[in-house]
Write a protein that binds this ligand. Structure first.
Ligand SMILES: [Fe+2]
Length: 196
């Protein structure tokens, strides 16, 4: 039997995150440091090569690379097909750092402009669109409304979450055309080891 081990750059990422979580006092400062660490991770060529064989996450899936037993942070992957239309959503109370590793995506942010008094109603305006290219990290605070749109080729992103949301709490899903919001389960997490 061949023993598998984590890709060294990914092992180091986890180690550095654990140090950041031990040294920083709250989710915001931890995730700001985590976003810096993610930025250097998604610039790494060995990880980009490894990602060429990661399976597609079509059908509302996330690869689950790691979940920290002590601190609760989680590291996910998303592999989009070319031209993937991303849905508008939030991540409830969790912080999220979204790093593009391969291909290009566009990262959209929305602002909510209704007064939140009407159940199920949410009027949104597009606030910004950022080009997501390899090495780009978008740090998304709790309840921020956003969408990631696929580019002209397959694209891959690595996501650091202050905690796993899927399977724990419901998150907001928005329909910008009909001005609605509903609470839904997060994507299905598929355990996947980054070896090399
Ligand atoms: Fe997201």
């Amino acid at each position: 039997m061949t023993a598998t081990r984590r890709l060294p750059v990914f092992e180091k990422f986890i180690r550095d995150l654990r140090i950041a979580w031990a040294e920083s006092p709250d989710a915001e400062s931890r995730m700001k440091r985590g976003a810096e660490l993610l930025e250097s991770l998604v610039k790494d060529e060995t990880l980009r090569q490894a990602a060429k064989s990661w399976p597609s996450t079509e059908g509302r899936k996330n690869l689950l690379f790691y979940e920290d037993f002590d601190y609760g942070f989680a590291i996910n992957g998303v592999v989009r097909v070319a031209g993937r239309k991303g849905s508008i959503h939030d991540h409830a109370h969790a912080w999220t750092a979204y790093g593009v590793l391969d291909g290009t995506e566009s990262l959209e942010r929305f602002r909510r402009v209704d007064d939140r008094s009407k159940e199920g109603y949410a009027k949104l305006e597009l606030a910004s669109v950022t080009a997501g290219e390899p090495g780009k990290v978008d740090l998304v605070p709790p309840f921020e409304i956003h969408a990631e749109q696929g580019g002209p080729t397959r694209s891959v992103a690595v996501i650091l979450r202050s905690e796993r949301v899927a399977g724990k709490v419901l998150q907001g899903s928005y329909d910008g055309a009909n001005n609605t919001i509903r609470l839904i389960e997060g994507p299905t997490n598929i355990p996947y080891e980054i070896t090399g």
